[in-house]
Design a protein around this ligand. Structure first.
Ligand code: SF4
Ligand code: SF4
Length: 193
């Protein structure tokens, strides 16, 4: 068995990480985190997370980039905003979680075969290309990329949903895709500004 060093030296921390996340989340207030733990004790998902929200805020501040981006926490956040409403330092914790998800997808470092980031990525891809969600396409891709055998198990439910018209093989698309692209490009420019 190989023994790994768990402690990180200061030189190994990413000094630019905090700035990157502030820019993506528009949350300068994160620097004011007092580590009170109100966010963690209010979070309904904290019991399932590998790091509670308080710890994620500390990791971002100190430059533990790899640990924060590879955590399950950011994907388990259900965007309920309870932490954001209760934080005494007015830190937009939910927006920070979104920024971390975005960065993890951009850098391709989300947990492998974990369904939430794959679902997020596949759904975004389909909506960006057609302007509509396409449940069957998303579900099939999700299972193929995370749990191919699960697809066989889910097939009977899928067939029932197709028979009752709740899902369709037909991929729908909006008429004015040019306008959609324009809108998406504007949004991209706005977020990178
Ligand atoms: S509630 Fe706000 S100040 Fe307290 S630990 Fe969480 S982020 Fe930091
Ligand atoms: S927004 Fe996310 S991190 Fe905050 S309380 Fe809700 S689930 Fe927890």
């Amino acid at each position: 068995m190989e023994i790994e060093r768990k402690v990180k030296y200061e030189a190994e921390l990413d000094k630019n990480f905090l700035r990157e996340i502030i820019e993506l989340s528009h949350c300068e207030e994160i620097e004011r985190c007092i580590q009170c733990g109100t966010c963690s004790s209010s979070c309904p998902m904290a019991v399932y997370m590998d790091y509670p929200p308080r710890k994620i805020m500390a990791m971002v501040k100190e430059g533990f980039k790899d640990e924060a981006l590879r955590s399950f926490t950011i994907w388990l956040c259900s965007s309920c905003y309870t932490c954001t409403v209760r934080c005494p330092a007015q830190i937009k914790i939910t927006d920070v979680m979104y920024a971390l998800k975005r960065k993890a997808i951009e850098d391709g470092v989300y947990p492998a075969r974990f369904s939430i980031p794959v679902l997020d990525k596949e759904m975004t891809k389909i909506i960006q290309s057609t302007g509509r969600n396409w449940e069957i396409g998303v579900v099939v891709k999700l299972y193929l990329k995370t749990n191919p055998f699960g697809l066989l198990k889910m097939a009977p439910i899928g067939l029932k949903l197709i028979k009752t018209g709740r899902m369709s093989f037909k991929k729908e698309s909006i008429k004015n895709k040019k306008q959609l692209r324009k809108l998406l490009n504007l949004m991209k420019e706005e977020t990178n500004a």
